[in-house]
Design a protein around this ligand. Structure first.
Ligand code: NAP
Length: 285
């Protein structure tokens, strides 16, 4: 078997076209959707992520405000800025790029964002809404992974899904979303003694570790769907995921590439969440 490659760029284009249509409709009604993106400091990777997010907004007709601050910005000043954006009716989503400089507590910052504008879905309240099955914002990366799985046309109902990784931003919300879709879910982590024992039983594997070759072909059940969230570099310095693409593609039915799989979907789902926030706000006017 050679796995079908799930094209995250193609799915992103399709979803972003829908976002652009919804943005145009809201703008025509006098409620243009707006996202504020805040970057503190000079981390080069963060600068690239932020640039991509702002460009994605521009391309989709979403108004964006980009605020860049020096690494010396105080926590109090950042919280004050967030309070102002919370009160700004032209802004529907607020994103503070992580990591923040060490003197700023990221938890305080995330919790300062109004829940209605928490389009990253990182706050404790947003996490609680996801756990309770309430309407709220799903964290963008796992939300994008769900869309990639959906695009295969395979129903998750009754399937066994294994998530490798248990971070608050990827692994845990991923497991909850799979559970909501009626999969039976196993979560593995660095303390799992025999990872392959679990993954070999899985109809769906989501790898979110940050270590290349974590999942190899001998650890995958024939016909499984494999979603690779990891971002790593190989010996030649090229981007690669957590999954050994060559050996897994010989066993799996569907597999996401790195790059071009989960990465573009993460930004796309940020746009989707921002549109959702703007539509909710427009309904309340
Ligand atoms: P993280 O916070 O470092 O979490 C990594 C998880 O992997 C932890 O739960 C850890 O277990 C687990 N782990 C580590 N070694 C393991 C092993 N040998 N076997 C099984 N589990 C192991 O990372 P993250 O933020 O979730 O991100 C994971 C990866 O996805 C990174 O490469 C990141 O760059 C990438 N990422 C990509 C996107 C995208 O848009 N494509 C978005 C977000 C993240 P413990 O909890 O026991 O330590």
């Amino acid at each position: 078997m050679t796995a079908q490659v799930i094209d995250g760029n193609a799915l992103s284009r399709q979803l972003r076209a829908e976002v652009a249509q919804r943005a145009a409709a809201l703008t025509a009604q006098g409620h243009p959707p707006g996202l504020a993106v805040i970057l503190v400091g000079d981390d080069p990777a963060s600068a690239v992520y932020v640039r991509n997010k702002v460009k994605a907004c521009q391309d989709s007709g979403v108004h964006s405000v980009f605020e860049k601050y020096d690494a010396s910005l105080t926590e109090a000043a950042l919280l004050e800025r967030i309070a102002a954006l919370n009160a700004d009716p032209t802004i529907h989503g607020i994103l503070v790029q992580m990591p923040l400089p060490k003197h700023i507590d990221p938890h305080k910052v995330i919790e300062a964002i109004a829940t209605a504008k928490d389009v990253d879905g990182y706050s404790v309240l947003s996490a609680g809404e996801l756990m309770a099955g309430l309407e709220g914002f799903r964290p963008c990366t796992p939300y994008g992974c769900m869309k990639l799985i959906e695009s295969t046309g395979v129903s998750l109902k009754g399937k066994h899904a294994v998530v490798i990784g248990r971070s608050n931003t990827v692994g845990k919300p991923m497991a909850l979303l799979l559970l909501q879709a009626n999969a039976t879910v196993t979560i593995c982590h660095s303390g799992t003694p025999d990872l392959g024992y679990h993954t070999r039983q899985a109809d769906v594997v989501v790898a979110a570790v940050g270590r290349r070759n974590t999942l190899t072909g001998d650890m995958v059940k024939p016909g499984a769907i494999v979603i690779d969230v990891g971002i790593n570099r190989n010996d030649e310095g090229k981007l690669c995921g957590d999954v050994d693409f060559a050996s897994v593609s010989a066993v799996a039915s569907h597999l996401t590439p790195v790059p071009g799989g989960v990465g573009p979907m993460t930004i796309t789902m940020l746009l989707v969440n921002t549109l959702e926030a703007a539509e909710r706000a427009a309904r309340q006017v």
